[in-house]
Design a binder for this molecule. Structure first.
Ligand SMILES: *Cc1c(COP(=O)(O)O)cnc(C)c1O
Length: 370
């Protein structure tokens, strides 16, 4: 079976280095908020080209804490996308803030042009939570312009965009803060949960550091109501000694696979959106579009030939039952987003996919007809 992610292969390729990284933590006798977390935060800030990084327990927490740090409170409106991991909206809801869903572009990413127009008409929307979806980078220049023109606070969701850049600017550098996730499937994943907050502001960094650890400002002193959201030493050590040294080769491999899919899949019934102009994508996922009435047939055909595929994401977030009865807003009919949610299928793309397997996926796609 060709899997969407092959963690067993990753384990076999990284086992010795991983056990050594875990052993280092064991030998240190220090498991929470120690030297590994501090070194990792320094390395990640450097990698991202920002001043500060705060490790937290998940991508969801990274988003929620970032919004909190920027002053987002109950009743505040947060402009965001209807196509993402549910966690993006969940972070807004958990604060009691009100998600405002705008349509996406043809790549499935929040349409920033539409956002600009909307923000011009709606000064009550004070926060923007865009997602660099599928590993594609949103237009960073436009995001900077939005930040300057409207004075709204921006948290970039970089959970899927580690390693992606727009015209040379890495994702996460345009907003006030950025959040990422180390969930296993992500481009920079751990063997469990984890996340990080990135920002150029020392003050916001300090606030996030305080919030992740029960709102402690110093030992036994709690000035705010915080969280238990600490990235642990084991995962930090894994990231530092195993995943980060491999990250560039992992992303390079994803790019090679994406390039082959783009060049070699030739089937009129499979639309390949590719990457948005100027985005040097890190290809967290490889989405293709299939006519909605043929989508399940396509996925079943792949599965019948030993290839698993995914859907990102088959339902619009505002249509999830969890939002019924809650306050949220839709900007228009969300036509693009709806089309994409009905037609998107994700082909396998991960660093441990072999050339033969990539050829197999291409062949099966090219043979599929209905
Ligand atoms: C995975 C993901 C998250 C949530 O990260 P967790 O670590 O699972 O909490 C948020 N946003 C996006 C776009 C994601 O892909």
């Amino acid at each position: 079976m060709i899997l969407l992610n092959d963690f067993k292969r990753q384990w076999h390729a990284t086992k010795d280095a991983t056990l050594a990284a875990f052993s280092e933590v064991g030998e240190s006798g220090w498991y929470i908020l120690g030297a590994q977390v501090r070194s990792l935060e320094k390395a990640l800030a450097e990698l991202w080209g920002v001043r500060g990084c705060v490790g937290v327990a998940s991508g969801l927490d990274a988003l929620e804490i970032s919004l909190k740090v920027l002053g987002c409170r109950q009743g505040d409106r947060v402009l965001t996308t209807p196509i993402s991991a549910f966690a993006t909206t969940l972070a807004i809801l958990k604060i009691g803030a009100i998600p405002v869903f705008a349509d996406t572009d043809r790549f499935g990413l929040l349409d920033l042009e539409g956002c600009e127009t909307l923000l011009g008409e709606r000064p009550d929307i004070r926060f923007l939570l865009p997602v660099h979806l599928y590993g594609h980078a949103l237009d960073m220049r436009r995001m900077c312009r939005i930040r300057e023109r409207f004075g709204c606070k921006i948290v970039e969701d970089c959970a899927q965009s580690v390693g992606a850049s727009f015209n040379g600017s890495q994702t996460g550098q345009a907003g006030h803060m950025a959040a990422t996730s180390f969930y296993p499937t992500k481009n920079l994943g751990v063997m469990g949960d984890g996340g990080a907050i990135l920002t150029n502001s020392d003050e916001w960094c300090e606030r996030a550091r305080c919030l992740r650890d029960y709102g402690q400002t110093s030992k036994y002193t709690h000035d705010v109501v915080g969280y238990n959201s600490r990235l642990d030493e084991l995962h930090s050590s894994f990231l530092l000694h195993v995943a980060l040294p491999l990250l560039n080769s992992w992303i390079a491999r994803r790019r090679v696979i994406a390039e082959r899919y783009c060049a070699e899949i030739r089937n009129k019934k499979i639309r390949i959106p590719g990457a948005p102009p100027n985005s040097n994508s890190c290809w967290h996922l490889f989405p293709v579009y299939i006519a909605p009435e043929q989508k399940s047939d396509f996925m079943a055909d792949l599965k019948g030939q030993g290839i698993l595929s995914g859907e990102h994401y088959p339902f619009l977030i505002p249509e999830q039952a969890a939002l019924s009865g809650l306050d949220f807003e839709l900007c228009g009919e969300l036509v693009n987003a709806r089309n994409i949610s009905q037609s998107e299928v994700s082909l396998p793309i991960h660093p441990y996919l072999t050339d033969d397997e990539v050829s197999q996926v291409i062949e099966v796609c090219n043979r599929w007809k209905r």
